[in-house]
Design a protein around this ligand. Structure first.
Ligand code: HEC
Length: 302
């Protein structure tokens, strides 16, 4: 699985940056006759019209903070540490998938028995990947902290799934074993969510028409974010979405979605011709390079 760049902006930041760009545009608008169009240089004399523009501009500047305060409380209460942790969980998941992807030739080697890929070995390699990518260390949090609890559970879930699949991974005489990154990720995410019931969840979901595993179906909120944000023509590629909201059962939760796009490597299974079976036995979706393939969805219960 390839890595998609995570933009750090949230819906809330986007709105702030919209306000900022609105403000900058207003400044340009005010000075446009002198700055943008050199043919009118020197600047026109101060006039009633530019005075009115200045007053409008001041009003905009004064109104902006009021608008920011009027953000729905769900946005304002969202803490940075929740977002940081959600993104780190997504990073751990991606590093884990990438590690399994890079081990595919080894895992699918029919001639070798013991592959030396214990859960502990894979965890070490995941931590090294995160370190190389300049990501925060998921083990840095103090014992007993929420972060420590959640990230350790995520790593433990991954380690368990690898350990429980040793017989399959080490089976001599079979090449392709179906232990691909997506299957491994689905199993690890389910294990994590069991361990962290009502504390945290991580899931890889997809636009409804692309879903392969029924357990990966987007819930109502995920579906609305995929359809109204990630698939919208004006959504900037890679930008994540976060919101303090509720889950299906009305439990309050901080939720983050990170979009994922098909890279070349994904198309072997998710590309064309649509309907043809891929190596794992699923019909290909007819996806194209850079299409939205899915999203990582993280839920942190409040
Ligand atoms: C070897 C074939 C293969 C490759 C390559 C592959 N996938 Fe998948 N993908 C699968 C399978 C199989 C599943 C279903 C896993 C399961 O059963 O839970 C899946 C599931 C998914 C899902 C979860 C939703 C669902 O449909 O269940 C997403 C999102 C996804 N893949 C995106 C990608 C992206 C993005 C890439 C490239 C980085 C990629 N896949 C590469 C085979 C593949």
């Amino acid at each position: 699985m390839g890595e998609t760049g995570i933009s750090s902006s949230t819906g809330y930041c986007k709105r702030l940056s919209d306000q900022l760009s609105h403000f900058l545009l207003s400044v340009l608008w005010l000075f446009r006759s002198s700055v943008i169009r050199p043919d009118t240089w020197p600047a026109p004399q101060w006039s009633f019209r530019s005075g009115a523009k200045l007053i409008t501009l001041l009003a905009l500047v004064l109104i902006a903070p009021v608008q920011a305060q009027n953000e729905p409380p769900n946005k304002a209460e969202t803490s940075d540490s929740d977002l940081t942790m959600a993104l780190l969980m997504a990073d751990v998941l991606r590093a884990a998938r990438s590690e399994i992807a890079s081990q595919q030739p080894n895992i699918n080697n029919a001639l070798v028995g013991n592959k030396g890929l214990s859960g502990a070995v894979i965890i070490e390699r995941i931590l090294a990947r995160l370190d190389e990518a300049g990501k925060p260390d998921p083990k840095q949090f103090s014992d007993g902290s929420r972060e420590n609890n959640i990230l350790n559970s995520q790593l433990a879930a991954i380690e368990e799934i690898i350990d429980e699949n040793q017989i399959l991974i080490n089976k001599k005489g079979i090449g392709f074993k179906g232990f691909v990154p997506a299957v491994f990720a689905q199993l690890s995410n389910e294990r994590f969510s069991e361990k962290m019931d009502q504390i945290a969840e991580i899931k890889v979901t997809a636009p409804i028409q692309l879903v392969r595993n029924r357990k990966a179906r987007p819930d109502k909120w995920e579906r609305s974010i995929i359809e109204s944000k990630f698939l919208a023509a004006d959504w900037s590629r890679g930008e994540l979405y976060s919101e303090l909201t509720t889950d299906e059962n009305n439990n309050s939760a901080f939720r983050v979605m990170v979009p994922e796009y098909y890279g070349e490597a994904c198309l072997a299974c998710h590309g064309s011709p649509s309907g043809e079976l891929d190596v794992t036995g699923y019909p290909k979706e007819g996806g194209e390079l850079d299409d939205l393939g899915g999203a990582i969805s993280v839920t942190l219960y409040k």
